[in-house]
Design a protein around this ligand. Structure first.
Ligand SMILES: Nc1ncnc2c1ncn2[C@@H]1O[C@H](COP(=O)(O)OP(=O)(O)OP(=O)(O)O)[C@@H](O)[C@H]1O
Ligand SMILES: [Mg+2]
Length: 148
């Protein structure tokens, strides 16, 4: 586990970018943390670190946004996904193991469906003031080292 602090959305993106640079494809970035904690901003940084040029926006309505690249990024918002049937309709299982990086907001909702190997947990919670965040990563040390 590694814990870092962020005092701005830009800094949170930067931590995403640092992690994004270490990804090889097939990893699942499992976000935990409530509304407005910065999961989408972090994912924008991930994309940048992976060399993806597109602007990343919240997949709230589409449920999944796909960003093609040398390694593609699939960005899920599981906020409204509460049953196994819902999850199947998102195509989640088709994206698993296709070599893309999967970034999953609201992992809380699909916990049992997330394979443990290649899973990188990112927990974000609020710090002492509105703009501060505590970010925790639990994953292979190669990934954790990106924040050291
Ligand atoms: N240190 C910080 N890190 C990340 N975001 C911050 C920070 N400080 C302020 N913010 C603001 O918090 C908001 C985070 O929004 P974002 O959409 O990334 O959250 P989210 O976790 O994806 O929320 P949701 O669960 O609704 O999808 C943005 O408006 C951003 O500017
Ligand atoms: Mg979001």
């Amino acid at each position: 586990m590694i814990e870092v602090f962020s005092t701005s959305a830009e800094q949170t993106e930067k931590y995403g970018e640092l992690l994004g640079k270490t990804l090889n494809g097939g990893e699942i970035i499992a976000f935990y943390g409530g509304l407005g904690m910065g999961k989408t901003r972090f994912t924008a940084g991930l994309a940048r670190g992976m060399g993806i040029k597109s602007d990343v926006s919240s997949p709230t309505f589409a449920i999944v946004n796909e960003y093609p690249g040398d390694i593609s990024l699939c960005h899920f918002d599981m906020y409204r996904i509460t049953t196994f049937e819902d999850l199947c309709t998102t195509g989640f299982f088709d994206y698993l193991d296709n070599g893309s990086v999967l970034a999953v907001e609201w992992s809380e909702n699909i916990e049992n469906a997330l394979p443990e190997d290649k899973r990188i947990i990112i927990e974000i919670e609020r710090g002492e003031d509105d703009d501060s965040r505590v970010l925790r990563m639990v994953g292979d040390s190669v990934y954790e080292d990106s924040w050291r």
